[in-house]
Design a protein around this ligand. Structure first.
Ligand code: 0O2
Length: 236
């Protein structure tokens, strides 16, 4: 028997190679699967940027203030699988989890949200699978946004794949509220009484913010009408 240091080193290297080989084999299909969602996000982000560009050319203002994209992390996917009692296979994840790819479109005004959602839905390569209007029907805590689940094609070297993307559209004010509410939601170590008080305050703030969105829109419309009148006056 060879019990030399060299012999043990070689055995360890063999085990490491074996482990890495198996790990690579298992992780590769997952990486490939996740990359489809990255591609779908690139496609849909471009669609929104094109709409923003065209609108700004036609109306001299941008209907999109900011765009954020994210791929759901493995931990959140795992939690969702457990919560929804979904089996952890690539197929069932693809069928049942619709928000692996998420894009958030932040707009100055509520009208921009509906205009952009309608423009996206009208595109012939987009299929809207689900639409939840939390602006018309806010959640009990005051959460407001328009959510769409859409299916978008991505074109790979040898195939076309349909990929689901969650689109969230909200105003700057709604985003401000949702970010703070999200922080409260994840502060697990907070005293329960304080947490409840803050939730109530936040629900009140959601109303204030909804009114602010309406007021800002009215002011904007008046500014726009006024400038149209000015143009007409100048022409006369
Ligand atoms: P993350 O990290 O943003 O992805 P489901 O998606 O099926 O689990 P549901 O309730 O049918 O659940 O989905 P819904 O209502 O369309 O909401 C999904 C996403 O909207 C959430 O994603 C949040 O991003 C956002 N959202 C919904 N409700 C609230 C809310 O009350 N407060 C805030 N701040 N955000 C909300 P995730 O998966 O929770 O997290």
């Amino acid at each position: 028997m060879d019990f030399s240091l060299d012999y043990f080193k070689k055995q360890v290297e063999r085990l490491e190679d074996n482990f890495l080989g198996k790990f690579h084999k298992r992780i590769e299909p997952i990486q490939k699967f996740m990359s489809y969602y990255k591609c779908a996000l690139m496609e849909i982000e471009t669609k929104f940027k094109v709409l923003d560009e065209e609108f700004s050319f036609l109306h001299e203002r941008n209907p999109i203030d900011n765009i954020k994209t994210r791929i759901k992390d493995f931990e959140s996917i795992r939690k969702k699988l457990r919560r929804k009692k979904i089996s952890p296979s690539i197929n069932s994840i693809e069928q049942n989890i619709h928000d692996i790819a998420g894009i958030r479109i932040i707009c100055p005004f509520i009208d921009d949200i509906y205009m952009l959602a309608d423009c996206l839905a009208a595109q012939d390569d987009i299929k809207v699978l689900e639409r939840k209007d939390y602006i018309a029907n806010p959640k009990e805590n005051g959460y407001r946004s328009l959510h769409l689940i859409v299916e978008i094609p991505i074109f790979l070297h040898n195939e076309k794949r349909l990929v689901k993307v969650e689109v969230q559209l909200r105003t700057i004010a709604m985003e401000f509220w949702a970010n703070l509410e999200h922080r409260l939601h994840y502060k697990k170590e907070m005293d329960e009484k304080i947490s409840k008080e803050l939730s109530v305050e936040l629900t009140d703030c959601a109303e204030v913010i909804a009114n602010l969105d309406i007021k800002m829109k009215n002011i904007h419309d008046r500014i726009e009408n006024k400038s149209t009148q000015n143009v007409q006056m100048k022409k006369n």
